[in-house]
Write a protein that binds this ligand. Structure first.
Ligand code: F6P
Length: 484
């Protein structure tokens, strides 16, 4: 397995040379050279079209990027990852989120957990007692379920769903507003069952319940059943050790989402992701959407110097996607040492941020168009959307207009400087058929595999997150000092 620094690859050096030679190349020139570019620079994954025509690259750059993947030993790494080899080297374990959504070919234990999730969800609905479900968890134990529920909606409106992720008491207080203790169920999701914020919220929830039996009001989803039992939860669903928090929506960590959207819709989510897993595993690199997303990201970050990446879903249903991807990309690939523990002297994950369109246009797009930071962007749109024609058309027209404005800028040479937009700012557009469970599953899996591929290209372990530990340790020390 190749664990050499990528900078030693001849393709890396060739890309650096190309970037230098093409310094003055403009996206507008690329379109002028090739009138068909708009209809040629795309690749299809199941249900999703990836348009990369608005990037600052030509066929030669793509060819050398593909060569970089080859030199990095991408095929071997992908095979090792999908086979369940311990690719998470610092924690000596596999990364098995794909195995959670393998459907008929899933392991017996994955199938058994899904069965238990379904049965427990039926029981929660069936006894008619529960009117409010409050999901307690943070990071990967909250962002995925909240995104899925927000994007797809709650099926049975007899039960209200709320999320509390912040230890700020206001979060839980708001999640409990209007709730009655007898009809409230808490789903506590914590892989470790040691995350202080989640446990503090769970203890506060217990106090709020008074003398009621916690076994009737808590369901725990965790890899640490003993701690959950000690807390008082008897219904416990497992999160396998090999499933990282930010990759856990497909596992029992998605239980709250399953309760909200229904088991059949949850199945669709898994099925969509599974289709993209097949695409990732088998499509040739030049047509493989997550591989292309990763390679083009590396081109932007390492060769065009873009240190930020905006995720811009033009769909209100996907408004939480930027927060979800912030964790997925930055916690996975925000790394400064490589797989061998050597300090890295090239850029890794860019700062990821975003906002739903059109809302973001009236906020930070000014910087995207005229700021001094170079930011690449992903526009995400749905070809078919519910709602009236006028507003749907406006939404889609704005997405297209923004991608063009970023790429081509203003063209009138007579404009005063403060009105001129330089353009030449790259973006991709991902088009889903519509926003439903299957397509959401596909979209999330695309980004997961993009992140994995970039980890291979940058020679880093995408599956650990040691950088978050120091803050936790210091907080513990500060807390005990404040108490004494
Ligand atoms: O602190 C970071 C982190 O470990 C994330 O990776 C994880 O998703 C989150 O905390 C929550 O962890 P847990 O599920 O163990 O409570």
């Amino acid at each position: 397995m190749n664990t050499q620094p990528p900078t030693q690859c001849s393709a890396w050096q060739a890309l650096a040379k190309l970037a230098k030679e093409q310094q003055s190349l403009r996206i507008a020139d690329l379109f002028a050279r090739d009138a068909e570019r708009g209809s040629r620079f795309f690749a299809d994954a199941p249900g999703v079209r990836y348009d990369f025509s608005h990037h600052r690259l030509d066929r030669i750059v793509i060819r050398v990027l593909l060569e970089l993947a080859r030199e990095r030993g991408f095929d071997d790494w992908r095979a090792a990852f999908l086979r369940g080899d311990p690719v998470n080297s610092t924690e000596k374990r596999a990364a098995e989120h794909v195995a959670q959504r393998a459907g008929d070919s899933a392991s017996a234990s994955v199938k058994a957990t899904l069965e238990r999730m379904r049965a427990l969800a039926d029981r929660v609905r069936g006894d008619g007692r529960i009117r409010r479900i409050v999901h307690l968890g943070t990071g990967g134990s909250s962002l995925g379920p909240e995104l899925v529920v927000d994007a797809l909606g709650v099926r049975d409106t007899a039960i209200e769903f709320r999320f509390a992720a912040n230890v700020d008491p206001l979060d839980l207080e708001r999640a409990l507003a209007g709730a009655e203790a007898d009809s409230t169920l808490f789903i506590v999701v914590s892989k470790t069952f040691t995350t202080e914020e989640t446990l503090a919220n769970a203890r506060a929830a217990k106090r709020w319940l008074g003398t009621r039996d916690p076994a009737r009001h808590f369901i725990a989803i965790t890899g640490n059943a003993a701690a959950a039992n000690a807390f008082g939860a008897t219904d416990v669903l497992p999160i396998p050790d090999t499933v990282g928090g930010r990759y856990s929506i497909w596992s029992a960590a998605g239980f709250g989402a399953l309760c909200a959207i229904g088991a059949d819709v949850f199945d669709e989510l898994l099925a969509g992701a599974r289709e993209v897993d097949q695409h990732f595993a088998h499509a040739e690199a030049a047509r493989n959407v997550p591989v292309l997303m990763a390679l083009i990201g590396v081109w932007n970050v390492n060769f065009l110097g873009m240190s930020a990446h905006a995720v811009l879903p033009y769909a209100h249903a996907l408004k939480l996607l930027p927060s979800y991807l912030q964790q997925l990309e930055m916690e996975s690939n925000g790394k400064r040492v490589d797989r061998e523990g050597r300090p890295i002297d090239y850029a890794t994950a860019p700062v990821l941020f975003g906002e739903e369109g059109t809302v973001g246009q009236h906020s930070f797009y000014q910087l995207l168009h005229q700021g001094t930071q170079a930011v690449a962007a992903d526009f995400i749109i749905a070809a078919n959307m519910p709602g009236d024609y006028e507003r749907r058309e406006l939404l889609l027209a704005y997405a297209e207009a923004q991608a063009d404005a970023l790429a081509f800028g203003t063209t009138d040479p007579g404009l005063e400087p403060h009105r001129a937009c330089p353009g030449n700012r790259p973006s991709s557009t991902l088009t889903l058929e519509r926003i439903d469970a299957r397509n959401l599953g596909r979209l999330l899996a695309l980004y997961e595999h993009k992140v994995f591929t970039q980890g291979v290209l940058w020679n880093i372990n995408s599956f650990d997150q040691w950088g978050v530990e120091l803050g936790k340790q210091l907080a513990r020390r500060i807390l005990s000092r404040r108490k004494s």
